[in-house]
Design a protein around this ligand. Structure first.
Ligand SMILES: C[S@@+](CC[C@H](N)C(=O)[O-])C[C@H]1O[C@@H](n2cnc3c(N)ncnc32)[C@H](O)[C@@H]1O
Length: 215
């Protein structure tokens, strides 16, 4: 969470439940083992958003161990599918195992490859696109994500606030994070200035953009 008040952070984390059943056990395992899966507050917001959507096609960029893919699959309309992309063999292996164990293989299609290349090659329309891969790449893949998102669809981008540092001046940012800082700022600018999108920037999780393609 980018919230800096520890008490508030712990309260929100404590009050929000894990998901139910096997999915909740995967979530708990992910947190305990330090896998980079969406935190509880992000999952809670996404549940609110997705439960009103009944999406048929969801695109996820960044699978990790498959938690958010399995989580989003629960909100699909009949016959719907989550397409998820990752390139890291250890994550892919773990994700495949988890997706099978949770009985969601029919609902989730895994594409193994680099997000930047995969989004360029994808065709068709998605109702929801969840960007959760390399933050420095968001600005580069935004045009393809907008091409793939149907009008009326939701674009959700996670971890956009650089652990709360995004509001600082460039010189206040550690040298090694400056490129990501610039790219994330360009990405946020591109979202808020795009008249085809209604965009909200939220401070939950690592910071999240929630946008609807209105034109
Ligand atoms: C934050 S994790 C995804 C977490 C997952 N969405 C969840 O909440 O359960 C980011 C994932 O993106 C993958 N990733 C980062 N950059 C990538 C790229 N250029 N191509 C493919 N995968 C990438 C990493 O391997 C990692 O597994």
């Amino acid at each position: 969470m980018v919230i800096s008040d520890e008490g508030l952070k712990n309260y929100i984390d404590g009050v929000l439940p894990l998901r139910e059943g096997e999915l909740g056990r995967l979530q708990e395992y992910g947190y305990k083992e330090g896998y980079p899966i969406i935190p509880k507050d992000t999952a809670a917001l996404m549940a609110v958003l997705l439960s009103g959507e009944k999406p048929k096609n969801i695109l996820e960029l960044g699978t990790a161990i498959g938690f958010s893919a399995c989580f989003m699959a629960d909100f699909l309309a009949e016959g719907g599918r989550v397409t998820t992309v990752d390139r890291y063999p250890l994550m892919i292996e773990e994700a495949k195992k988890n997706i099978t164990e949770l009985g969601k293989s029919e609902l989730i299609r895994m594409i193994e490859g680099d997000i930047n290349e995969v989004v360029r090659s994808l065709r068709g329309e998605f109702d929801v696109i969840f960007m959760d891969g390399g933050k420095g790449q968001y600005i580069n893949i935004l045009p393809d994500c907008l091409r793939l998102l149907r009008k009326g669809g939701l674009l959700i981008a996670d971890d956009i606030l650089l652990d709360g540092e995004i509001g600082k001046d460039r010189l206040g940012i550690k040298r090694r994070n400056r490129t990501t800082w610039s790219r994330l700022r360009d990405f946020i600018d591109a979202l808020v200035k795009n008249d085809r999108l209604e965009t909200s920037i939220l401070t939950i999780g690592g910071g999240m953009a929630v946008c609807r393609k209105v034109k």
